[in-house]
Design a protein around this ligand. Structure first.
Ligand code: R5P
Length: 299
């Protein structure tokens, strides 16, 4: 098996290769003077199972195009099977036509991935709010691995939350799924809040019935922190409800608009995230979860 690293996250590709005992392909990636991308795989992939790893966050256009170029090349060069890993799956938020005339970017991206011959797509906690079944659009198998068990274990092992007197909260209805996974890992209760999005950067978060966080350590989990608005609002609410400690664990910390400083200024006790998007809060690697996903995909 050979791992072909995209340029978005070479450290994660290296860790994945090491977790799988696979070779890391040498690549040449650069830009032409006009801005177009060039991608070359320097090792022979003919007859091999190839895992192409990209994490298309923060610079989604560039990384997505590079992924498509690399995938098409891998298949054209005679690879046996191509496992495409998009550790951060881009363009997933526009998963529906909310207003007439809008492009539905999730569907467009899935069609593009299908067109370059990916045999199996692996993502990590892909943002799936309305389209839960990406496979039906993709036309090939899709595995979404979750970082939630890893994040939950990290929170307890590092003493950030008490493994018994803690509760896991998702900041919105969609995050209920992440909270359930983390809570299952720790054997504690979970719940979710209700969020109303007022704009790209503004949200309102309300409590739902039956949430009791008084005197508890709260681990807030979510797939993404972007501007941090969701987490700040959730924090205010949970503190108001008497939470003793509020720590935040997310899979993809994009942290735009100085989000981390704003979250910490608000009073959140700690923020940690995975290495799908390397950033100052990265403390957990998803390499082992991805390696399991790759093994399952190839079995
Ligand atoms: C969307 O609902 C996601 O699950 C996150 O909650 C959202 O992307 C966070 O965005 P922000 O940090 O800008 O509030």
């Amino acid at each position: 098996m050979i791992i072909v690293p995209g340029t978005s996250n070479e450290p994660l590709a290296f860790k994945l290769a090491s977790a799988l005992g696979a070779r890391l392909a040498r690549i040449e990636a650069r830009r032409f003077p006009d801005g177009e991308r060039y991608f070359r795989i320097l090792d022979d992939v003919r007859g091999e199972d190839v895992v192409l790893l990209q994490s298309a966050a923060l610079n989604p256009d560039e990384y997505l195009v590079e992924f498509l170029l690399a995938a098409d090349a891998v298949k054209d060069l005679g690879a046996e099977r191509l496992i495409g890993v998009l550790a951060y799956f881009p363009y997933a938020r526009q998963d529906e036509r909310f207003k007439p005339g809008e492009a539905v970017s999730l569907v467009t991206v899935l069609k593009l991935i299908r067109s370059v011959g990916v045999d199996h797509l692996i993502t990590v906690d892909a943002h799936r709010h309305r389209v839960l079944d990406m496979e039906s659009v993709l036309g090939v198998p899709h595995t979404d691995v979750s970082a939630m068990p890893l994040l939950a274990r990290y929170a307890v092992a590092s003493g950030l939350v008490d493994g018994e007197r803690s509760v896991i909260i998702g900041p919105d209805a969609e995050a209920e799924q992440w909270a359930a996974l983390a809570a299952h890992e720790l054997g504690v209760e979970h719940s979710s809040l209700r969020k109303v999005r007022l704009g790209d950067r503004e949200v309102e978060v309300e409590t739902t019935r039956g949430i009791d966080v008084k005197g508890m350590d709260v681990l807030v989990v979510d797939d993404i922190i972007s501007t941090g608005g969701t987490i700040r609002e959730a924090y205010r609410l949970l503190r108001g409800l008497g939470a003793k400690r509020v720590v935040v664990g997310v899979t993809h910390a994009l942290l735009v608009d100085n989000a981390l400083a704003k979250i910490l200024e608000e009073g959140v006790d700690d923020v940690f995230s995975t290495d799908t998007v390397p950033n100052p809060t990265t403390r957990v690697s998803v390499a082992s979860a991805l390696a399991d996903g790759v093994r399952r995909a190839l079995s």
